[in-house]
Design a protein around this ligand. Structure first.
Ligand code: HEC
Length: 435
């Protein structure tokens, strides 16, 4: 028995050897060994270290060879399946700004590295280490606001949600170009959404409301989303968002489960418009509140419809569903009848709220109609489903559902021509029409 086994083994090796030599015989130079130091470290620096480093939000660091080596198999699998780096839309790599996806070639390189035993390579080949700054990417913000006091996150097996209301009240109408979020504790903050809070919102005494609810259902408007690896959007020169006088900001933070106590004090930085503001960023909003997803239903779709009433220049997209959210499509029908799926999120994941910012803005004509199509999985197959036996309705808890899609755009014809200094208007609009 043993002998036979040995024989087959040598036979198999012999065959592999023959195959291998014949391949390398043809193409010896190109097929040089893939090593960590030369080929893999640069990919990890570019696409993984953001989260997979000491102090990052991922469970392990992939910076050093010794740290990455034990994960080789899992790395191959997760990259082949495109589960890592996390990104949930499809379309050509590069269509989206800050698109973290690997190219097919990078995935193949990682697989070859793993298949050849994940060798280290020559230390001299290592690229210079990437320095991860905690500083603000767009420089010091014009206005920095932070949660009143450090928040103690209690140990919990479950996700926790806290909505913090900031003290700052906008003293006058303010034009902003960007909202950037700096979580105080990267290991704890899973995602964080900044909301505009109208003056009639009842501000809690302690500055926060703990519990699982969607602030949008209480009249706030989400203006920025942060998830690991997602940078704040900086609007192009001349485009801004107006925050009306008397408003405040709030941030809802989703804390990941952990066994130990943690502390977080998240900050947000605002960047004001300065110079001439020509366009106010607009939103085309698809929403359904008449949600009733039958129990056990795997593929339940809801559609909302809207039409662009102006020639539009689209900058970015956002979709929002809760735990049963499965996939999402934004389908455009142009005035000439052509149909195009402009955003496709085949594997929606509530844990990765992100904004899909186009690398190149997209122009669409007035009259283009949009179907916002959200699909849900209320069956037991959905591993996030808290209760597949329940009919699910619209509601503010993550165990209820929502169906929202937003397209952020500018009107191609708008020219406000407002002189703005540090966010505040210094001249009245000149009729608001085209010059
Ligand atoms: C935006 C943050 C982020 C980026 C970028 C990222 N990861 Fe991850 N990764 C995570 C988080 C968070 C987890 C743990 C939770 C999960 O699996 O979703 C994880 C889990 C993993 C796992 C599974 C670990 C296990 O327990 O089985 C592997 C393997 C992995 N990542 C590899 C990579 C590789 C390789 C890259 C780059 C090509 C990468 N990741 C990029 C955040 C990230």
């Amino acid at each position: 028995m043993k002998k036979l086994f040995l024989l087959t083994l040598t036979a198999a090796f012999g065959l592999a050897f023959v195959l291998f030599t014949s391949v390398s015989g043809n193409n010896g130079k190109d097929k040089a060994a893939v090593t960590f130091t030369k080929h893999i470290a640069p990919i990890f620096q570019k696409r993984c270290e953001e989260c997979h480093r000491t102090g990052g939000m991922a469970p392990m660091s992939l910076v050093k060879y010794e740290e990455a080596r034990p994960w080789a198999r899992a790395i191959k699998e997760k990259t082949i399946k495109r589960e890592m780096p996390p990104f949930h839309a499809i379309g050509a790599v590069g269509r989206y700004h800050n698109d973290p996806r690997l190219t097919d070639e990078e995935i193949a390189t990682i697989s070859r590295w793993v298949d050849s035993g994940a060798p280290r390579g020559d230390v001299k080949d290592l690229p210079a280490p990437r320095i991860w700054k905690t500083a603000w990417k767009n420089g010091e913000p014009d206005l920095l606001i932070k949660v009143q006091k450090p928040y103690l996150i209690k140990p919990s097996q479950k996700d926790q949600y806290v909505f913090f209301v900031f003290d700052y009240v906008f003293p006058e109408d303010t034009w902003i170009r960007s909202v950037d979020t700096h979580p105080g504790n990267l290991k704890a903050v899973h995602h964080a959404n900044t909301h505009l809070i109208p003056p009639n919102f009842k501000v809690p005494e302690d500055g926060y409301i703990a519990g699982d609810f969607d602030p949008g259902a209480r009249g706030t408007i989400m203006i920025a989303g942060w998830a690991p690896g997602v940078d704040g959007v900086m609007l192009p020169e001349g485009t801004a968002v107006r925050i009306p006088k008397g408003m405040r900001l709030g941030i809802q933070i989703h804390y990941a489960p952990a066994e130990q106590e943690r502390v977080d004090q998240t900050q947000i930085g605002l960047y004001f418009a300065d110079g001439i503001v020509k366009k106010n960023l607009r939103v085309l909003f698809g929403d359904r509140k008449d949600v009733a997803i039958p129990p056990g239903e795997e593929n339940y779709s809801l559609t909302a419809k809207q039409t662009f009433n102006t020639d539009a220049v689209i900058r970015f997209f956002h979709v929002h569903m809760h735990l049963r959210g499965k996939s999402y499509v934004m389908r455009f029908t142009y005035p000439d009848g052509r149909v195009e799926d402009v955003l496709t999120v085949p594997r929606y994941d509530f844990n990765w709220q992100r904004v899909y910012m186009l690398s190149e803005p997209m122009r669409v004509p007035k009259g283009t109609s949009v179907e916002f199509i959200g699909t849900y999985d209320n069956s037991a197959k959905n591993r996030f489903n808290p209760d597949p036996t329940k009919e699910v309705h619209w509601g503010e808890k993550t165990t209820d559902e929502m169906m929202q899609g937003r397209i952020f755009y500018e009107s191609a014809d708008e020219n406000l021509n407002l002189a703005v200094k540090k966010g505040h208007t210094v001249s009245a609009p000149t009729a608001g029409k085209q010059p």
